[in-house]
Design a protein around this ligand. Structure first.
Ligand code: ZN
Length: 220
């Protein structure tokens, strides 16, 4: 039997690439999507259809109740507009959800232990470091140390793109022949991608840097 791994899979292009990486490594992925009340709910629909198509075991876990504790981010709070522009900018701090990745990784590790998976695949990358403290290598390394001792069964957090950026992830995914039309990145959960939020801007930069047109439709 193939080795099991839990893949934290949002429906976005980073985790989509990570999911395929696990498959190409001959592993059996158990995809895990968190619904934390994000307005880009479309991401979750995309994640569902991709897993169905791939025949991958997929769980969507509603953790939106935690927003009562860690709300105040523009990603989950309708009263705050989604910041437009580049991740390097100050206004992007409104997209930070307090302690989000520690919570998500913690749940994923618990899931991995319960299904006897040895690793949690996680798509953190360097493009997020400046703005999101819990995407930085030192955070992932420390979480990994904790994962090794938190349970009787050792679990490893595997972040193949920790020292890469979105451009590098896309390059790798394109080399794997992946169809990025099956991903969703925009923070605004509308019919088409907005092209203006931090997530869209970074995505479009990555496609431009790879000399490829993004297959996802954008608003004018
Ligand atoms: Zn957008």
């Amino acid at each position: 039997m193939n080795k099991k791994v839990v893949v934290i899979y949002s429906g976005g292009m980073d985790s989509y690439t990570v999911l395929h990486k696990a498959i190409q490594q001959g592993l059996t992925p158990y995809a895990l999507t968190f619904d934390y009340g994000q307005r880009h709910i479309k991401e979750i629909d995309v994640a569902r259809s991709v897993c169905k198509e791939l025949g991958v075991e997929h769980k969507v876990i509603d953790i939106s109740a935690i927003n009562e504790l860690i709300g105040g981010s523009s990603l989950t709070d309708d009263s705050i507009d989604v910041a437009l522009g580049h991740y390097q900018e100050e206004n992007m701090f409104t997209t930070v959800v307090p302690n989000r990745n520690m919570i998500l990784l913690s749940l994923a590790i618990g899931y991995a232990v319960s299904i006897k998976a040895e690793k949690v695949y996680y798509g953190a990358h360097s493009g997020d470091h400046a703005i999101y403290p819990d995407c930085r290598p030192e955070f992932v390394e420390k979480m990994n140390d904790v994962a090794a001792i938190a349970n009787y069964e050792k679990t490893e957090i595997f972040s193949p793109y920790l020292n890469s950026d979105k451009i590098g992830i896309l390059k790798d995914g394109l080399a794997m022949g992946l169809d990025y039309g099956k991903t969703w990145t925009c923070y605004n959960g509308r019919e088409k991608a907005c092209g203006e939020c931090g997530s869209c801007v970074e995505r479009l930069e990555a496609f431009a840097a790879n000399g490829v047109t993004d297959p996802v439709p954008y608003e004018d």
